[in-house]
Design a protein around this ligand. Sequence first.
Ligand code: FAD
Ligand code: DLZ
Ligand code: SF4
Length: 511
Amino acid sequence: MTTLRLVLGDQLSHGLATLRDIDPGDVVLMAEVLDECTYVPHHVFKITLVLSAMRHFAAELRERGAAVEYVTLDDPANTHSLRGEVMRAAATHEVDRVVVTEPGEYRLLADMRGWHLLTNREVDIRVDTRFLCGIAQFRDWAAGRRGLRMEFFYRDMRRNHEILLDDGGPVGGQWNYDAENRKKLPAGVVAPQAPQFPPDAVTQAVMVMVADRFGEHIGDVASFALPVTAEQAQHTLEVFLATRLPEFGDWQDAMQIGAPTLFHSLISTSLNIGLLEPLDICRRAEDMFRRGLAPINAVEGFIRQILGWREYMRGIYWLRMPEYAQLNALDAHRKLPKFYWTGQTRMRCMADAIGNTIEYAYAHHIQRLMITGNFALLAGLDPAEVDAWYLAVYADAYEWVEMPNVRGMALFADGGIVGSKPYAASGAYISKMSNYCGSCSYQVKDATGPNACPFNALYWDFIARHTERFKGNNRMAMPLATLGKMAPARVAALRARAGAFLTAMDQGEPV
Ligand code: FAD
Ligand code: DLZ
Ligand code: SF4
């Protein structure tokens, strides 16, 4: 009995459920297909990362004795869909059954559920055990709760996995040190250099192919230097733990021109394709705290992102799909402006966040949330367009994590499933957390007039637009009360400035 075992481009873990009970006669299928490279116009770094990491992983599997059928993008027989490649390999190798692990995107799971009919063989879709909370487990956790909140999920995860606990309670007596993660970076604090990985021959071959086939996609593949093997990913983690984790907590929400990565870990690209394991990362970070090498606000803040937010977002995605992809609670329909693809805008903060995105296929969390996400929220950009942008431009983007972050956390398009209030902020917040405003052609202290910071008028226009909707939300009481106290002429001037800005933006004028 021959089993065909399909390993996807974001399933590059030797402990993958697909590979659990492998027999010497089984065939492991890995396929580079156009469908996966083009369903959104992925940044060239993302395609290079996935294809190079796939090729390296296939070589490791072969070294371990597995029979790997590896289909390259330029194979003339390639059908260019995962379904087509499974059907082709199933016929060629006379397989009796197909084994896969549940994928990270709903569209692919829906497709896989029909593969048994197409191949006329049993298709065993296994639970992805690389996550710390299974889809069914999250469903059980969520069942019967009136409102879902990450904080309570996170505490349960800490207890379940015995992370940062003393005598069953949180280390230091507090579950969450979020309040100590919000400092502005003072002048003179410089983040240590992040590791870079010069491409080897395998990666170089992929880079040539990607430049040739996907030249019109965003980014320049020539500067690709992301980790593509488990060994390189581990090195990235080690460098982070030793040099940046101790200060991660203090500067987690800071933004600075010329410092695209600050004290962030840069592990998401590796973690999301299976080159690192989440529990191992959490334990390593905890060990840094236990040995007195990193403070609690840094270690707890970092672990919260992985054990808390990452697992929670995945849980929400699978709990709510496919409806989640249609949610547009704030009725937002504006088209995504072109400058999201070029970075060409007078808004210094947007130009920096988008510029980093184009150059590195990376922007750190607070840039994604409080700059590009916040702008999209305030300007009322269509969630479907914003979603497609985030999925395309980041090297770590897969729908299970991207969509709840975009529709839920950034856009409030889910009406409050992920967050209890929108993360809406004016220029004052950006000015407090960054050094952007000093070199911006807009004036952050002004809210009206042609040179006033657009975030200010857009913020008040957003609150005014949604006053009725937010009335019942206690957490929005303050901005609503402030708006209520404003003179009608002031409100009208702010809304006129917002309207003029949006009209100019929609018409493609430089803004
Ligand atoms: P660090 O800041 O060092 O954090 C450590 C790890 O924690 C990350 O690697 C990641 O695995 C996890 N993490 C942190 N925040 C989150 C979060 N909100 N949700 C899930 N995991 C989190 N992350 C992705 O992996 N893929 C995405 O497509 C993605 N899209 C996002 C879109 C928006 C609008 C927002 C606000 C956030 C998004 N995030 C996404 C979460 C976060 O921004 C990235 O995980 C992080 O910037 C990756 O960089 P890092 O590894 O240096 O992270
Ligand atoms: C992202 C990606 C890309 C660019 N290419 C491939 C590919 O050629 N073959 C493959 O198996 N996987 C690829 N992937 C990852 C898939 O898109 C990913 O597995 C699904 O989106 C589910 O998360
Ligand atoms: Fe951004 Fe406004 Fe500051 Fe310019 S002034 S950088 S637009 S927040």
